[in-house]
Design a protein around this ligand. Structure first.
Ligand code: GN1
Ligand code: MG
Length: 366
């Protein structure tokens, strides 16, 4: 969805903000929300803000989402400020409207929020070095640790059963039965491959139910473009896309890092012969995550780090497949078969992860 400049200007002026709006341009590669970077003139200096429409088709309770984000960013900010040592670490900072709410609504009832833009750092669609993988995993592990002592009630579940892989399979099977767009015949090999993974994909949930893996506050969408890497230091400085921060398993987050950071070509690559798991990237992720989260992970969490990548890649693969069968109503698509292409890409990665499982497990024994 593209919006007029005057529309963006009127929205951002609803927040308590100084300066003059200059221009708004679409920003980033998100598959769900609409994101704009706005340029402001403040006393002769150019500043940027992020303005974002929350997709209420996906997030049914946008105010609940904003309550979570407000609590989480506030808690992290307090800790960053308390850290005596020089730190580059940042958190997203929400703008508020004059009444104090961290969002505004438009005439259609859409929820919009605005963030201070973090300068001199960038998000990568495809990681370039194992060092970046290390830094990303280290930063997401730190994120878990920062939220261990979040005061107050349990966070809202902004998307119920978000990483409930068995339920994701049920939804896929329902979409196959309905075949509402007559696409099943086109994807029989993908369906067969998906169903062959069904039993194993329930492992993380079973370990949680048996008490071997605890619930934590997790990010749940840890793809590589959801963290900013500092241009100078190379550190993971700021975690983005906080809509799905909620109770979850640390292995969801590690698994999604494996899914996105190790992919040799990125999840939008159509030519699957270019897609495989880069082992050096996996090793970077593993070492970074052990560095920051190894101290508090349980043995079962550590043992299942390799499997988590396979499970979450399977899960996102079947979500793309389900969306294709349901007529592309969830993820934004830029091509007619985009969701099917994404599914094939993910399934190719699952095969490559499976081939390297023994090597991943060997790292655990070091
Ligand atoms: C979506 O919003 P974005 O693009 O960061 C999706 C994730 C998927 C991802 C796949 C709320 O993330 O779960 O893993 O696309 N977010 C939601 O690229 O469904
Ligand atoms: Mg994102």
């Amino acid at each position: 969805m593209r919006y007029r400049q005057s529309f963006l200007r009127d929205l951002i002026y609803k927040f308590s903000i100084y300066g003059d709006f200059l221009v708004g341009t679409p920003f980033g590669m998100g598959n769900v929300n609409d994101t704009y970077q706005l340029t402001f003139d403040q006393g002769g200096v150019r500043l940027h803000y992020i303005l974002q429409r929350i997709n209420s088709n996906v997030f049914r309770d946008p105010a609940g989402v904003m309550e979570n984000i407000d609590r989480v960013t506030d808690h992290i900010l307090t800790k960053i400020r308390a850290a005596r040592i020089e730190t580059k670490k940042r958190t997203l900072r929400l703008l508020r409207e004059p009444g104090g709410k961290p969002y505004v609504t438009d005439d259609q009832g859409n929820y919009w929020r605005a963030y201070v833009f973090v300068e001199n750092a960038r998000a990568y669609e495809v990681l370039e070095t194992p060092e970046q993988a290390f830094r990303i995993a280290e930063a997401f592990g730190e994120f878990h640790e920062l939220l261990v002592d979040l005061p107050g009630k349990r966070l809202n579940e902004t998307i119920p059963d978000f990483h409930n892989t068995p339920k994701r399979f049920e939804r896929l099977e329902e979409a196959i039965r309905n075949d509402a767009f007559g696409r099943v015949k086109e994807v029989l090999p993908e369906i067969e491959f998906a169903l062959s993974l069904k039993d194993e994909a329930g492992t993380l949930l079973r370990l949680n139910e048996s008490g071997d893996i605890p619930e934590r506050i997790t990010h749940n969408d840890t793809k590589s473009n959801n963290i900013l890497i500092d241009d100078l230091s190379g550190e993971g400085v700021c975690v983005l896309d906080l809509d799905t921060v909620m109770p979850g398993l640390s292995l969801y987050d590690f698994g999604d890092m494996v899914r996105s950071a190790t992919n040799s070509a990125g999840e939008d690559e159509i030519d699957c012969s270019k897609v495989w798991m880069r082992f050096d990237m996996y090793e970077g992720l593993y070492r970074g995550f052990i560095k920051s989260a190894g101290g508090f992970m349980t043995p079962a969490e550590k043992e299942n780090l390799p499997l988590s990548g396979k499970i979450i890649t399977t899960e996102i693969g079947i979500r793309f497949l389900t969306d294709y069968l349901e007529g592309d109503s969830y993820f934004k698509i830029r091509r007619p078969k985009h969701n099917l292409e994404r599914c094939r890409n993910q399934f190719k990665l699952v095969r490559s992860i499976t081939e390297q499982m023994a090597d991943m497990q060997a790292l655990l024994k070091e």
